[in-house]
Design a protein around this ligand. Structure first.
Ligand SMILES: *Cc1c(COP(=O)(O)O)cnc(C)c1O
Length: 950
């Protein structure tokens, strides 16, 4: 007998339920439904060639083995990643808690107050530590944050600078090499010329618009940039600074010496190194730049009764809303990791953080002194935690490295022969002793002295020492015991709807099961405690994982090459387009600059194309939501000399498998263009068709949609790109991996490598058959719901044979005409039933897009149908005048606990109707704690930091 199959745990529908659903839809078999849904000419003839499925237990064993092939060494490499102590209550109650990791981006503020508050804590912490009042709630990593800073300074050029064509950006040479590489990749297509030099001798002129420096710099030196900043400002330019939050607990923050932007990584606030990611990038700036800040910003507003409430601010700024006018490349960010970093600050508080920083600095100072004793030179005048060390006479980097690696110690090795040491909060007397022993042995000293204390030592000059207070708000001074922190985390997570509560049917977002078995390996030290620049000989486990997973994804997409570097779908789009760009340059077609994009495309498509330096041309869609082939042909022909390519989502963002997809690819190819497939809807393709077979040249995958990585409340994500053979040479490189900076798009060579075990597990445990069955059931579930809603709301688009793909768009515009009730009212009313709204007003205004995924059971689908039907009845009551347009359960939704429990009740309908509209709600009531949040008020009265709340 075979052991139990994971498939039956992941997929929500069993064989009997399948029959019931097929009968309702009116087809005889699942295959008949699939045949009706997916065009015959793109159906794969053979199944996926993947290893046999493992049971959950077998997978656990395999991953333990794989993790053990990564050698955990003491890391002193630094360069943006540091060993950390993730407080256990944060790891267990946040990182390993499905309420936190399976929730969605907090667009629906009323059921997201917990994560919104946690992200507000993060923003406050970043703002106060950097000394800049406006922070976003995370970016993908430090290097892309640097690129966003460059783009923002470029967008903020004065009228004169624009007129004079000021296009130069100064970057100090002592910035992390990967940050410089990404800034370069991103700057070039924007027409920005990056000038690398020494800030001390830099002579600014009117051709510049901005400058980027690092503090403490890449070598660990703390330098005074006040005069430099004044000089740059005097020339009408802006200054952005890469910085380190831990150092800023001791150092004068950039905001106090005049910087316009501070950015960096918050990884060392309790996030494991994870071989490069995930961890949260941060970005803070002055209030006056608020309209240009990349990424998401949490703000405070008030609800319908005036109670203060959190919500996302200034959303019209966001990339996917601005489309071709966007100046950033951010959709999914790093919410879960920002949440954790925020809790780290909450748990330690200002005093605790300062103590940690002092310990780090004291140990560094002690090591510096001892090294000097041993004959080494410390090249930094002022430092926080990082030393650049000149070797003692007679010591070679090679022999030092041998001694170090023998003792499982990793140092930074400079090309010039020096070595670097970065100390972190895991330093102990024993570790300091081991580290010094390496330097001692290499210098030929045989005596092994003991370090039995790390005495407090402060070598930083007074002028660099921070005098201002930070994190004085109550939240950073209340939860310093585990009991208090645990309860605070619980108080917040009770306010949020996640997959732990009910189906989240967000179309295009694929909120499927994130199985515990897939996630458990992330808790293994062998995956957590690996520096991305550790020698390859120590990372065999990761190498194997990345190699094998790459093979699987190539098989699934029908492509020949893969890069794991992009950290989100939008970053994948960007990387894919840059790959096309470099390829076309290589064949003498670098002038091609037009990208065709259907009107129905997700906003990241045009935004990424513009960021990659292309011009976009919109292709019309017809009344059925399909691309108008003639329009594509005409526009491809019109631009044939300059056509770079076409971006297309498949099945379309309308959830339809367009019949003419092969023809569309052919048209683009005939005119010399490349086809980019947005793979966000890959959940409808896996095992049945694939982008390579359809005829695309490159696609990205949202591993955080199709391949089981959880959404984390808005990240982490992973957006690998898969490409056809001819594009392989132009995939992203990385300076620390292969010495090349071509198309580097992220801080780490493999992006967020730490979450790849989730996708690997998803594929390994489902196997070819399970993956294919999952796709079929995803399509079955969507068609079942389409059948259930066809006579009420109605389904906006269907394929030629009447079927929808893996999602469906629910018509709500007619409802509005007859009752005044909007799709937004329906979304808010769903909360009273304990449901998260489907995707609102995308890709069509006045609609809701539902994607049930394969993981939901028939019972849950039916509960959702009952709910929507009950809401339909509630709409009728408004239509027929039972309740007025001004006072009904829909426009007043959601009904918070404080309103329902109040002594006074002013509505025309009873409390029970507001709170317990169906029996199942009574049995499992999700209590909301704010009424409908007023978005416009919050944008008019922008508050993004707890310190501004009084
Ligand atoms: C989610 C999505 C994206 C963007 O992906 P991120 O990971 O959020 O950057 C792009 N296109 C489509 C169709 C999507 O659904």
């Amino acid at each position: 007998m075979k052991s139990e199959r994971f498939q039956h745990r992941h997929i929500g529908i069993n064989a009997e339920e399948e029959k019931i659903m097929l009968a309702k839809i009116g087809v005889k078999s699942l295959d008949e439904l699939i045949d009706q849904t997916i065009p015959q000419n793109i159906r794969l003839q053979s199944g996926l060639n993947l290893p046999e499925a493992l049971s959950e237990h077998e997978y656990a064993e395999e991953m333990a083995l794989m993790a053990s092939k990564n050698r955990i060494c003491a890391s002193y490499i630094g360069m943006g990643w540091y060993d950390t102590v993730c407080p256990a209550p944060i790891f267990r109650n946040v990182f390993e808690n499905p309420v936190w990791y399976t929730s969605y981006t907090p667009y629906q503020a009323e059921i997201s107050q917990g994560r919104l508050e946690a992200l507000m804590n993060f923003q406050t912490m970043v703002s106060e530590l950097t000394g800049l009042p406006l922070s976003n709630c995370s970016l993908l990593d430090e290097a892309t944050a640097g690129a966003e800073a460059a783009a923002m300074m470029h967008a903020l050029r004065s009228r004169d600078q624009v007129k004079n064509g000021a296009n130069k950006l100064f970057v100090d040479k002592n910035i992390f090499p990967q940050t410089l590489a990404v800034i370069n990749t991103r700057a070039v297509p924007q027409g920005i010329e990056v000038v690398v030099g020494d800030y001390k001798v830099f002579d600014i002129n009117s051709e510049f618009f901005g400058a980027i420096i690092q503090y403490p710099n890449s070598n660990g030196s703390v330098e005074d940039y006040t005069a430099f900043t004044q000089k740059v400002h005097a020339a009408g330019c802006k200054v952005a600074v890469a910085t380190d939050l831990m150092a800023l607990t001791l150092l004068v923050p950039p905001g106090e010496w005049g910087a316009d932007i501070a950015f960096g990584s918050s990884q060392r606030f309790g996030i494991p190194m994870f071989y490069g990611g995930p961890s949260a990038g941060f970005f803070a700036t002055k209030e006056e730049n608020k309209r240009n800040v990349p990424g998401r910003i949490i703000g405070v507003s008030k609800d319908a009764y005036g109670k203060s409430a959190y919500r996302m601010a200034l959303q019209t700024r966001e990339q996917h809303i601005k489309r071709e006018k966007a100046t950033s490349n951010i959709c999914t960010a790093q919410a879960l990791l920002a949440t954790m970093a925020g809790f780290y600050a909450v748990y330690h508080g200002p005093k605790g953080l300062k103590e940690i920083a002092k310990r780090i600095h004291s140990a560094t100072a002690l090591i510096a002194d001892e090294l000097k004793e041993l004959g080494y030179t410390v090249l930094n005048e002022q430092y926080f935690d990082t030393l650049k060390i000149g070797l003692a006479s007679g010591v070679s980097q090679y022999s030092l490295r041998e001694y170090a690696e023998m003792r499982d110690i990793n140092l930074r090795y400079y090309e010039g022969g020096e070595v670097g040491v970065s100390i972190d909060e895991t330093i102990t007397e024993y570790k300091a002793h081991e580290l010094l022993a390496v330097f001692s042995l290499a210098a030929g000293r045989m005596e092994v002295f003991m370090i039995d204390d790390l005495p407090e030592k402060l070598t930083i000059k007074d002028e660099f020492l921070r005098k201002s207070e930070y994190l004085q708000h109550e939240v950073f001074n209340s939860y310093h015991t585990e009991t208090e922190l645990m309860r605070y985390i619980k108080r917040l997570d009770r306010k949020d709807i996640s997959l732990a509560h009910s189906m989240i049917s967000l179309g295009s977002c694929t909120m499927k099961l994130n199985a515990a078995s897939e996630l458990l390996p992330l808790s293994l030290g062998g995956f957590q405690n690996i520096h991305p620049f550790a020698p390859q000989s120590q990372t065999q486990g990761y190498n194997e994982l990345i190699e094998e997973l790459g093979e699987y994804l190539k098989e699934i997409t029908g492509f020949a090459g893969v890069s794991f570097q992009p950290n989100s779908g939008a970053a994948g789009e960007y990387a894919g387009l840059m790959t096309i760009r470099k390829y076309q340059e290589s064949i003498g077609q670098g002038h091609r600059n037009i990208i065709l994009i259907p009107a129905s495309a997700h906003g990241t498509n045009p935004a990424s194309a513009i960021q990659a330096g292309y011009e976009t041309v919109t292709i019309d869609c017809d009344a059925h939501g399909n691309v108008v082939l003639e329009d594509l042909q005409a526009k491809a022909d019109l631009h044939k000399d300059n056509l770079a390519g076409c971006m297309i989502t498949y099945p379309s963002t309308h959830g339809i498998f367009e019949k003419e997809i092969k023809e569309m690819c052919k048209v683009v190819h005939e005119k010399g263009g490349q086809v980019y497939m947005d793979g966000a809807n890959m959940n409808a393709q896996v095992g049945l068709t694939n982008p390579g077979f359809i005829g695309a040249d490159v696609c990205h995958l949202n591993l955080h949609k199709t391949f089981a990585i959880p959404h984390g409340g808005g990240g982490p994500g992973e957006g690998p790109i898969c490409v056809a053979e001819h594009l392989i040479p132009f995939l992203p490189h990385h300076p620390e991996l292969d010495g090349s900076t071509v198309n580097t798009v992220a801080s780490a060579p493999f992006g967020s490598a730490g979450i790849l075990p989730i996708t690997y597990g998803y594929i390994r445990m489902l196997g070819a058959e399970g993956l294919t069955h999952a796709t079929k059931i995803a399509i079955l579930n969507a068609n079942y719901l389409a059948e259930c809603f066809k006579d009420t709301y109605g389904v906006v688009y269907r394929g030629t044979s009447g079927r929808v793909g893996h999602e469906l768009i629910l018509e709500c515009r007619k409802v509005k005409d007859t009752s005044g009730i909007t799709e937004s009212d329906i979304a808010k009313r769903l909360m009273d039933y304990g449901y998260h709204a489907p995707t609102l007003s995308f890709p069509v205004h006045g609609t809701l897009m539902i994607e049930p995924t394969e993981s939901e059971s028939l019972a849950e689908l039916n509960r959702f149908v009952d709910t929507m039907n009950q809401i339909w009845e509630e709409i009728r009551e408004v239509e027929n005048g039972t309740y007025t347009k001004e006072d009904n359960v829909l426009v007043n939704a959601p009904h918070p606990e404080y309103e329902v429990c109040a002594d006074e009740w002013k509505h025309a309908y009873p409390r029970s109707k507001a709170a317990y509209p169906l029996q199942f709600v009574k049995d499992n009531k999700f209590w909301i704690n704010v009424a409908r949040v007023d978005n416009a008020f919050g944008d008019r009265n922008l508050i993004t930091c707890l310190c501004d709340m009084g």
